[in-house]
Ligand binder design. Sequence first.
Ligand SMILES: NC(=O)c1ccc[n+]([C@@H]2O[C@H](COP(=O)([O-])OP(=O)(O)OC[C@H]3O[C@@H](n4cnc5c(N)ncnc54)[C@H](O)[C@@H]3O)[C@@H](O)[C@H]2O)c1
Length: 323
Amino acid sequence: MNILITGGVGFIGTNAAIYFSYDKKNKITLIDNFSRVGVDLNAQFLKENFPKIRIINSYVGAIKNYEKEIKTANVIIHLAGQTAVTTSIKKPHYDFKNNLLESFILLDFVRRNNPKAIIIYSSTNKVYGDLKHLDSKYQPIDENEKLDFISPYGCSKGATDLYFLDYARIYNLKTVVFRQSCIYGPHQIGVEDQGWVAHFTKQFLFKKPITIFGDGNQIRDLLYVEDLIQAYDLAINKINKSRGQVFNIGGGVKNVYSLLQVINILEKYFKYKIKISYQPMRVGDQKYFVSVNKKIKKLLDWQPKTDFKEGLKKLIDWQKNNL
Ligand SMILES: NC(=O)c1ccc[n+]([C@@H]2O[C@H](COP(=O)([O-])OP(=O)(O)OC[C@H]3O[C@@H](n4cnc5c(N)ncnc54)[C@H](O)[C@@H]3O)[C@@H](O)[C@H]2O)c1
């Protein structure tokens, strides 16, 4: 298969590139504009270890730089984008362009030039807003939850998510949308604004303090990156079932942790107490998000496999080797 991955040297992209390279018949091309600080580390790793993977330095919207690759792709995994709510609030125009506008340009180019391609979009649980109405009765969230785009990031991701679903309905494209919970694992360059598990582990490694926004009791179902990519793989292999579908996907009830619980695990692992300071909760932050993985279990027979503590160790080992 010809597989094109946008945002290909980012965290999920690098893991997807590695995963799909194991089938030698796959021809993999990555598109990335290297806007995420630190991803050149991933690009270097791929060049050294997977020399057959092609890396094209381009914006997603600059179609002419990789037109042939789109036209000949069997599968497109669209991961590129601006990923932080905080950045979207500071720079809404930048967020709109990188998430909604460039995604639309790609999607519509596929409609006109390669409508048979499978095209996967990495959406987010943020499309459900802050879920304040559920504060008093925490419950896992399924795909029928009301959409409520809070923040420019919520709007740009949410609108793209709906475009992808609609293009399956109106133009019969083979689109699949994943509303991803919190993903973690090797090759993640976590910063305070995004990728909090990798940010916390990095702070522990460097013995630097952690700032928590809110009281630290926010709850997430943490999903190991390889489990997510196995879901992409299943969606591709079972495209007759997955096309036009949206799936909530997360670590599920077995991998539910609060920020403070993760810090507690890390304190035991690193054998010291870290300095923590507190700031008010950030806009659009959910106090609780746990994904109902029922639909994806039923349609694609997927469920998360990796226990959080096991996945966390793999992330820390990777960071230790890449300090
Ligand atoms: N990591 C998570 O927990 C999570 C959760 C929900 C959704 N997502 C979504 O999954 C996707 C991948 O996330 P990630 O964690 O791998 O992020 P990442 O920042 O590591 O990867 C994104 C990559 O896209 C590139 N990029 C950004 N804008 C681009 C553009 N306009 N053109 C070309 N390349 C561009 C960046 O340089 C980066 O390498 C994102 O769309 C994100 O919104 C991630």
